[in-house]
Each structure stands twice: as C-alpha cells, then as structure tokens.
Design a protein around this ligand. Structure first.
Ligand SMILES: *Cc1c(COP(=O)(O)O)cnc(C)c1O
Length: 366
C-alpha cells in the first residue's frame, strides 16, 4: 500500500534527497569513505558547509551583515540562547502557542518578560492583533507558525520598534521572507529543511555582544555565544566544534531541491495550492470542522475535529484513514482530532489522497 505521510515533524523529505543521502553515507564526495566516517575538516566537507550557507543566502536573500549558523540542541536550545545573547533587562513575547510560551519561560531566567498578547484564552486558535510592543524592550519574539494549533503569521510584520526575533521552525522555506526586518531567525531543521539534529540560526552580527547590565550568565559560556560560531564565517566554514555532519548534508540536499524547483516563491505557490485544497474540503465536508480561525490559518499544519454530533466517529475516521495509508494525521493531544501537515515535500497527490479519504468517509457515514 502506498503511504501518505502528514507528520508534523519530523516529516517527509523529498525522495531524491533520501536517495542522494544514502549514496553519500556509502561514499561521500568520491572519497571512498562514508559521510558519517569522514573528518569534518576534509575539503569536501568544508565545501559542503560553504555551499549549504550559500544556499540559505541565495534562497532567502540573506544580506552579508547576517551570519548563518548550524547548531545542535534543536529550536528548544535557542529558547535560552536567544535571551542569553540579547536580553539585557526586558524582552517582549507574543504568546501564540506552547512553543512561544516555552520560549518566554526561558527568557524569564534572564530578565523581565512582557507578554504583549496571548491567544491562550481560546486554546491558541487565533493570532492576536492590536497589541503594543514596549519600546524599552531589548527585543520582540514571535513564533511565525504554530505547529500544534495550525495558525500562522504569514507575513513579515512592519514597524516593530525593537530588535525582531522569530522562531520559524515550521514555516521556514515555505515562503519568501524579508530577512532585513529581523535581528534573528531560527528553527529546528526537521520540518521543512532537513532531519532533526541541526538548528539554523540567521543572526545580524553587529547586534551581538551587547549584554552589559545583566548579572545572570554574563559573560556567556563559549558555546552559548553566537559569536563563537560566527568567528570563521569569513571562510564560510564556521566549525568551532564538530558539526552535525549528517543532518547538515541532508539540509544541503533539501535546499538544493528547493532551489531546483524554483526557490521559495515556487514553494509558496505550491504550498498555497495544497493548503487551499485541503481547507476547502474541511469546510465542505459535513463530518469535519476546522479548529483555527480562518484568517489565522496556517498553510503548513491543518487542524480539524469531528463536526458537532459526529464526535463519536473520531476513532472510526482514524482507523479508516490508517487503512488507506494516511500516516501522522492524529492531532496533538492539546487540540485533539486531526492535523495534516503539508510541508514542502508533501505532494499534491498526497493531498488528493487525503481529500478522497475524507470524502469516502463522509459517504460511508451519511
Ligand atoms: C518543533 C518546534 C519547536 C521545537 O523544536 P526542537 O528542535 O524539537 O527543539 C519549536 N518551535 C516550533 C514552532 C516548532 O514547530
């Protein structure tokens, strides 16, 4: 049976990427040595590092004053590394979900945290509007895509009066981003740009090293200071310690795949189409109802539950979909129901198969 993988992350990678990685694991860069067995100081690897950085720069038009870093520890490690590098006295956070809340919690270790707005009152089903960002904050932090709830800030905000920092773990490379509006963008690779095990950090280097007033974690531990990892950027290599070679290689192949398909504009077009197809079915199908408010809907994660009066069919649909090869559509426990994640590597055919499954279920239970 053909399977259709809608996992929220880790999630499907392009078939070509998996194939080229298998080949590299056997024999990296015609060295006769496998990718996991080379030294990270071999020229072939240094070239791969430099190319991966360049792919990021090309795909997102990242200006020269930004560093592109590949670190370990996942996006969750950035939750404390961000305030460690940027929070002197006070930071502002927009609380649009559990990831945003976790990020703010870590910042509290370093100083005052102002939650400018939260949608927790309605289980994070919408993106708050009309709040004020304090101008005396060191930075303002957002989570662009709320993976668990299927809401998304699909544009780059204007007029943020302080340094602007975004966790883009689950929508990076799904659309064009105006990097110049941000002081920093970060995320785990395992949703749109590779496997788990590497975290991307895009940071404006002239804004680093400005922690003066703070007592806690000052000076910074070496590994926590972004400047440590940026130091060798001149060579475009930047390997203070052993980097996660395998995940970075997969990221290289994934970004090359994005580039070959026409870059982030092409991805955005495809993602918008896939997303509209599925939301149209969720809204049409009498069995289901979407959970996120329409104007806040994510084009990456699509959350829906059984319609009123149909709640008893939840497990029946889960089993029905499983029999038809649908993988990873169970909703997060804090939302319930179902969630279909349509990241870059999910195909139109996958979406069509899910829609067919939803229609068949409706017919079978009318
Ligand atoms: C998955 C996710 C995280 C957590 O990433 P890890 O790499 O597992 O630490 C953080 N933020 C968002 C928005 C996510 O989707």
């Amino acid at each position: 049976m053909q399977v259709h993988n809608f996992n929220a992350g880790p999630c499907p990678l392009p078939k070509e990427v998996v194939e080229s990685t298998i080949n590299a694991i056997r024999n990296f860069d015609n060295t006769g040595v496998g990718l996991m067995e080379i030294s990270h100081r071999t020229p072939g690897w240094e070239r791969t590092m430099a190319e991966t950085r360049q792919l990021w720069r090309d795909l997102l038009n990242i200006p020269a004053e930004y560093e592109v870093l590949f670190l370990g520890g996942g996006a969750s490690t950035q939750f404390f590394t961000v305030p460690a590098n940027f929070l002197n006295k006070k930071a502002a956070y927009l609380q649009t979900g559990v990831w945003a809340k976790k990020a703010a919690k870590e910042a509290k270790l370093f100083g005052e945290v102002k939650i400018v707005a939260s949608s927790e009152d309605k289980n994070y089903t919408y993106i708050p509007q009309g709040y004020e960002i304090p101008t005396d904050a060191d930075y303002f932090h957002i989570t662009t895509n709320n993976t668990i709830y299927g809401t998304e800030i699909k544009y780059d905000m204007d007029n943020v009066p302080v340094k602007f920092i975004a966790d883009m773990s689950s929508d990076i490379m799904s659309r064009p981003v105006d990097v110049t509006k941000y002081a920093m963008i970060y995320g785990g690779a395992q949703k749109n740009v590779g496997p788990a095990g590497v975290t991307f950090v895009i940071v404006r280097k002239d804004l680093l090293g400005q922690i003066t007033d703070r007592q806690y974690m000052n000076p910074l531990p070496t590994m926590v200071d972004y400047r440590t990892h940026a130091a060798e950027e001149a060579k475009n290599i930047s390997m203070f310690n052993t980097p996660p070679v395998l995940p970075i290689f997969v990221m290289h192949e994934t970004l090359q795949w994005v580039k070959n398909l026409g870059g982030v504009e092409a991805m955005n077009k495809l993602n918008t189409k896939k997303s509209a197809m599925l939301y149209e079915e969720i809204d049409r199908n009498s069995m289901f109802v979407g959970t996120a408010e329409k104007d806040s809907r994510s084009i990456m994660n699509h959350c829906f539950v059984m319609a009123e009066g149909r709640e008893g069919l939840n497990d029946a649909f889960a089993a029905f979909a499983k029999e038809r090869g649908m993988i990873g559509i169970k909703g997060h426990r804090s939302v319930g129901g179902f969630r279909a994640s349509l990241y870059n590597a999910v195909t139109i055919e996958d979406v069509e198969a899910l829609i067919q499954c939803m229609q068949d279920f409706e017919k079978a239970n009318k």
